[in-house]
Design a protein around this ligand. Structure first.
Ligand SMILES: NC(=O)c1ccc[n+]([C@@H]2O[C@H](COP(=O)([O-])OP(=O)(O)OC[C@H]3O[C@@H](n4cnc5c(N)ncnc54)[C@H](OP(=O)(O)O)[C@@H]3O)[C@@H](O)[C@H]2O)c1
Length: 261
């Protein structure tokens, strides 16, 4: 079992690894034996996360803003100074924007689409030389894109651009997977339900909203960090070697057995 899920000798890049879901993913990748590089915009939070993560294994942080193509390319250039191969790329960094249907500013639309969709395409494209260097038929390289159940089921909150961006991530994942399988690079998405983080705090820290959200989750609880991190470990490991183009739902039953959040 240990060998089946072991990531010993693998190098992974987790975007937005300084907190929330990205931090949970980085933690489990390290526990599985990988060397992990995380990135985020805020240097202080990034540094603190690297110190915490280093308790589990070799970890490094790079300050990066992925909202532009130049930012994505600069990150990969910095990664290439540290490693000549990338076994696992986790496109996790994301943003949301809530606004009534007739009051969504263009800046909000662009902010969410630039990070949640454009960066997933361009960062993956920029990382291809490093992913190709790690990829083989016996041990394919992996890309894991973090989508959302909001891209599968219509959410209650008015988060139009977020839901649209996450549906786009799921379809982008399928097309990347179709193209890259021949190069032994597997691409999958994870559609999380609700997990504690800065992004979900406006829901979970408001009693009324939290109660509504809990009523919509068949398991009646939020996800635990290891449940999202462990899913990435599975996809990155030998056990996940015959899975590509999939959208794995990790949501306590919300989208499948329930009705969305
Ligand atoms: N939490 C949930 O319930 C939930 C549910 C479904 C899907 N998701 C998805 O899971 C992913 C992580 O969400 P989260 O809840 O952990 O959010 P979060 O707590 O807000 O963390 C976002 C991370 O992304 C980084 N980031 C934000 N903008 C960036 C940029 N322009 N360039 C580089 N890094 C950037 C942040 O660091 P800086 O701010 O320092 O840059 C931080 O590390 C997102 O894709 C989100 O859509 C979350």
């Amino acid at each position: 079992m240990n060998d089946l899920f072991s990531l010993a000798g693998r190098t992974a890049l987790v975007t937005g690894g300084s907190r929330g879901i990205g931090l949970a993913i980085a933690t489990e990748l390290l526990r599985a034996g990988a060397r992990v590089i995380i990135c985020a915009r805020r240097a202080d939070e990034l540094r603190a996360a690297v110190v915490t993560l280093a308790e589990h294994g070799p970890c490094d942080g790079i300050v990066a803003d992925l909202s532009s193509i130049a930012g994505a390319q600069a990150l990969i250039a910095a990664v290439a100074e540290r490693t000549d191969r990338l076994d696992v790329l986790v496109n996790n960094a994301g943003a949301t924007w809530g606004a009534p249907i007739d009051d969504l500013p263009e800046s909000g639309w662009d902010k969410v689409m630039d990070l949640n969709v454009k960066a997933v395409h361009y960062l993956t494209a920029a990382a291809l030389p490093l992913l190709r260097a790690a990829a083989s038929a016996e041990s394919p390289a992996r890309v894991v894109n973090i989508g959302s159940i909001d891209g599968l089921a219509v959410p209650q909150a008015e988060t139009y651009v977020y839901s649209a961006s996450k549906a786009a991530v799921h379809q982008l994942t399928r097309q990347q997977a179709a193209r890259l399988a021949r190069e032994h690079i597997l691409v999958n998405a994870i559609a999380p339900g609700i997990f504690e983080s800065k992004m979900s705090a406006p829901i979970l820290q408001t009693d009324e909203f939290a109660a509504i959200a809990m009523a919509m989750i068949p398991q009646r609880r939020v996800g635990r960090p290891e449940e999202i991190g462990g899913t990435v470990v599975y996809l990155a490991s030998r056990a996940g070697g015959y899975t590509t183009g999939a959208v794995l739902v990790v949501d306590g039953g919300t989208a499948g057995a329930g009705s969305g959040l």
